[in-house]
Design a protein around this ligand. Structure first.
Ligand code: ZN
Ligand code: ZN
Length: 163
């Protein structure tokens, strides 16, 4: 089987052995573990007929350790903490984040706060207030906002566009 020899040669090269050195260990009943990066007895590997030597690439121990890690339930973030990391420059995500904080009652509705630029106080007959990402949309600033009235918000945006 030429292909098996090719696989052995590649496997030997990957771990820095000559084909002869590699075969010596294989003939002694050992197999290189791709998980632990060391040699074990062939008996420590599970059967996998799709592999060239009929055994899994990593030993049973390594595979069960690995699956324990994979199946460990991740701790839930505390209330108000994020599931998804903040993406740099993602204005939509940053606005969604702030809307979430308002909906969850973690920060006040911007209508409850005076406009930081003109001092305008919201009433239902008058212009609304919004949160402005005054420091931009870098990940660390997704929650940095100031309440402003829509008039001042537009003025700020025009100013930023001109800058
Ligand atoms: Zn192993
Ligand atoms: Zn204002």
């Amino acid at each position: 089987m030429g292909s098996a020899a090719g696989v052995e040669k590649a496997a030997a090269a990957r771990i820095g052995l000559t084909l002869d050195e590699y075969r010596k260990r294989v003939n002694a009943g050992e197999k290189w573990c791709g998980g632990c990066k060391t040699w074990h007895d062939r008996g420590e590997f599970a059967v996998d007929r799709s592999r060239y030597d009929g055994l899994t690439a990593a030993c049973r121990n390594h595979r069960s350790r690995r699956s324990q890690q994979l199946y460990q339930p991740r701790p839930r973030p505390e209330k108000g903490r994020r599931f998804v990391p903040a993406r740099d420059g993602d204005a939509r995500q940053a606005r969604g984040r702030v809307n979430y904080l308002v909906d969850a009652g973690l920060i006040p509705d911007p209508n409850e706060l005076p406009c930081v630029d003109c001092g305008h106080v919201y009433t239902p007959e008058q212009r609304r207030h919004e949160y402005d990402h005054h420091l931009g949309y870098a990940p660390e600033h997704h929650e940095d906002v100031e309440p402003v009235c829509t008039t001042c918000h537009h003025a700020r945006e025009a100013e930023r566009r001109a800058a």
